[in-house]
Design a protein around this ligand. Structure first.
Ligand code: GLN
Ligand code: ZN
Length: 756
């Protein structure tokens, strides 16, 4: 039995690629220097995979920003506005990723979307009627050769043609079918080129196959691969799927001429049933994802071996691997020097997952698997009870009843009360919470953490920052202010640190988009609030001004979705525990004079099951978890929520049903299609669709913001529209933030005058 890896992390063990790219963006290093950093990262990934005797090591899983963007580049899907800049290839690539504003022009970045049900984001390829899909790049070939020079014959990985076409946005009148032939030709050429380099296997990633598929989708998939596979000569093709099962096209997959098929036996609820009931073709190798590629808990060998035994019965040749790319887990436990062994022994990051695969390979091929030392040790671990239970929390959850999930009076009545009390102008302006975090702010947090400065010094420093931020906002003329979130490293980690039941890592960084990484905390035990988490900062900030100061919290679903969750209790149970803890904080803020409280649910959409038929499994606890947080506040207390990305047209009713008073969300990067959806559904929650994109350093002009607002006003009634950027500002600098917000306020004021 062999082992295979779908993809490996690429941001660097110490986030080297992030830091180098950011230096490159600031013109502090050259493209060559950036390339060298990238190369080191690739080579060390090969090394650890070799050490763990992985049989199928991927290449081309590396990316400077995003793999879909790489594929768009490879396939010549580069919109004219970027080509026109006439800058280097690398800079054109980064312009598509981040937007460009400088001496050669002014263009926005491509739209960015969440990668299936993960916290990774991809850049949405844009195809117009003039797009000519053809092979136009060399990256997979160069990276394959680079690996070969370093002694590894890799399995190049490329996003498959079907997934690429499905994820792209069509801005003209053409659709997927108009590009099917051309894209197949390009993939044939890719196969030929790789075969000429003597690649043995090529992996085409087709995660779109785990989504609901229409008859038309299936036809497209079959048509593409009939053509591509008919042309392959000396190279074997692995169709790799992940994040679910392929129940809609299993038959088609089996009848096509793939040499290997990769299925996810972790998230794919029906994968085992599919291969057992329908048989697995004898002429194909089964690549089975049996080690969870998304979470950091150790694999349970006993369960995995039982699953592998079943799979060995149905397949002639079996390769085991992780359920998805290891991009979604951190590099290695070796860099967790502070974590106690009693925790660490339960975890496996990317590198440790490689050694789990190596273990499993040896154990499974042994005559007496249950007697091997590795097996024994693993079995012992799963027999131990992990300390972390809290009887009180469990009791509170049991005692919840329907009324705990309902806020009274109902929305319309509250809206009136709040308008009277808060007395805000129409088109109130606000921000999403965080303000630019300078190096100094980060350093002070680190110094405090390390005990280098006293609590008083730290508090004074933070209060100074808050005061500065508040007076900046007053000067700019915003209506609803924020304290700036300087005390927070991250919107989830910060809360985790103040909650019982969480543990933290030192280096468990996972790429979120481009150079942005997150360090998810780990839900270890039952969750409760240890002490007030944000009250003193919000109260201090409010003491400086008359205007309302928003209290800023992260919601239970987002906290959970951006943590590594437990695998021993349900997500619902964990979410309700967190909700009760945040609820205490909400009530505490209210009791201390905070009139507006924002509970961010940035990641609510993220874990929505990929198939519609499974949605209620999730929404039936996620929406109630949010309601539980705020159902106890007074009618005059205004509850805001914020979501990143406007991809929620299909769950619009459920979003309204969260029963918040105001929701802000991204809208500037996507088309404003969401507005129609709001209108059609008589969305009652007040809304602040983001008027400019904070993921890009670009400064939006007043006119541009006004145009966006006018468009919004054609669909949203004036008394429900808020004016705000599309997300928090912490990754931006003051240089672009201040003029952007000034333009935003000016646009809102002009609009107010016009609407008086
Ligand atoms: N309040 C958070 C901030 O402003 C929200 C961040 C987010 O939505 N990702 O940073
Ligand atoms: Zn956001």
């Amino acid at each position: 039995m062999k082992t295979s890896i779908i993809g490996y992390p690429r941001i660097g063990e110490q986030r080297e690629l992030k830091f180098a790219s950011e230096k490159y963006f600031r013109s502090e290093i050259t493209a060559d220097e950036l390339n060298n950093v990238a190369k080191q990262i690739r080579l060390s990934a090969f090394e650890v995979q070799k050490e763990n005797k992985i049989d199928f090591i991927p290449s081309n899983d590396f990316s400077f920003y995003d793999g879909i963007l790489d594929t768009a580049f490879l396939l010549n899907v580069i919109p004219e506005r970027y080509r026109k800049l006439g800058i280097s290839e690398l800079d054109t690539y980064f312009a598509m990723a981040r937007g460009y504003q400088g001496e050669y022009g002014d263009v926005k970045a491509l739209a960015m979307k969440k990668w299936f049900n993960t916290n990774y984001h991809y850049m949405v390829p844009e195809i117009d009627d003039d797009t000519e899909i053809k092979l136009a790049g060399n990256k997979p070939f160069e990276l394959f050769s680079e690996a070969l020079e370093n002694g590894v014959k890799t399995k190049p990985v490329i996003i498959g043609a079907y997934t690429f076409l499905k994820l792209a946005k069509y801005t003209g009148s053409k659709n997927v079918w108009d590009f099917a032939d051309k894209i197949a030709d390009a993939y044939i050429e890719i196969l030929n080129r790789l075969s000429a380099l003597e690649a043995e296997w090529v992996q085409f990633d087709e995660p779109c196959l785990v989504m609901d598929m229409t008859e038309d989708d299936k036809k497209l998939f079959v048509q593409l691969y009939e053509k591509i596979l008919a042309a392959k000569e000396n190279v074997k093709v692995l169709l790799q799927t992940y994040f679910g099962d392929v129940r809609d096209c299993y038959t088609e997959i089996c009848s096509l001429d793939f040499d290997g098929v990769g299925l996810d036996f972790f998230e794919g609820k029906k994968s085992l049933e599919l291969v057992e009931k329908n048989k697995f073709p004898k002429d194909k190798v089964l690549f089975a994802g049996v080690v969870n590629g998304k979470n950091i808990w150790k694999n349970n060998y006993c369960n995995t071996i039982a699953a592998v035994k079943k799979l060995q019965k149905v397949s002639k040749e079996l390769v085991i691997g992780t359920s998805c790319s290891l991009l979604h887990v951190p590099y290695t436990l070796r860099n967790e020097s502070k974590m106690s062994e009693s925790y660490k022994k339960h975890f496996a990051y990317a590198e440790e997952k490689l050694s789990e695969l190596a273990d499993l390979k040896t154990i499974i091929s042994s005559d007496t698997p249950n007697e091997t030392a590795d097996y024994e040790q693993n079995a012992q671990l799963f027999k131990q009870i992990r300390y972390g239970e809290d009887g009180q929390v469990i009791e509170k959850i049991k005692a919840l009843s329907d009324k705990d999930f309902v806020r009274l009076p109902e929305f319309a009545e509250r809206e009136k009360i709040q308008k009277a009390k808060l007395n805000l102008p129409i088109f109130p302006t606000t921000t999403i919470g965080s303000f630019p975090q300078t190096k100094e702010v980060r350093e002070m947090r680190a110094s405090f953490r390390k005990g280098k400065i006293t609590e008083e010094q730290y508090e004074q420093f933070m209060k100074d920052r808050i005061a500065e931020c508040v007076s900046l906002q007053e000067k700019i003329g915003l209506d609803v202010l924020v304290h700036g979130e300087f005390e927070r490293n991250d919107m989830v980690e910060y809360f985790g640190e103040h909650l019982n039941g969480y543990i933290f890592t030192e280096n468990a960084w996972v790429q979120s988009y481009g150079t942005r990484c997150v360090k998810p905390p780990v839900v270890w035990g039952d969750i409760s609030r240890a002490k007030p988490m944000t009250v003193k900062w919000s109260v201090y900030a409010q003491s400086l001004v008359e205007k309302p100061m928003k209290g800023m919290l992260t919601g239970p679903v987002t906290i959970l979705n951006w943590s590594f969750p437990r695998e021993d209790i349900s997500l619902k149970e964990s979410a309700f525990q967190i909700a009760l803890a945040i609820r205490e904080e909400v009530l505490d803020l209210e009791a201390n004079g905070i009139r507006i409280i924002q509970v961010d649910e940035a990641a609510l959409r993220e874990k929505l099951p990929l198939r519609k038929s499974d949605w209620s499994d999730y929404l039936d606890w996620a929406i109630p978890a949010f309601r539980l947080v705020h159902s106890g506040v007074k009618p005059e207390t205004q509850i805001h929520t914020h979501m990143c990305y406007s991809e929620f047209a299909d769950i619009i009713r459920e979003i309204d049903d969260m029963d918040a008073d105001v929701i802000t969300f991204e809208a500037s990067r996507s088309d404003l299609g969401i507005l129609d959806v709001l209108k059609e559904n008589n969305f009652r929650t007040e809304v602040g669709p983001g008027v400019y994109d904070i993921h890009s350093p670009r400064i939006p002009s007043k006119e541009e913001i006004k145009t966006a607002l006018k468009k919004m006003l054609s669909k949203i009634s004036a008394d429900k529209l808020w004016v705000n950027p599309d997300c928090g500002l912490k990754t931006r600098g003051n240089a672009e933030t201040v003029p952007s917000l000034e333009n935003l306020v000016a646009a809102a004021k002009e609009l107010r005058n016009e609407n008086l």
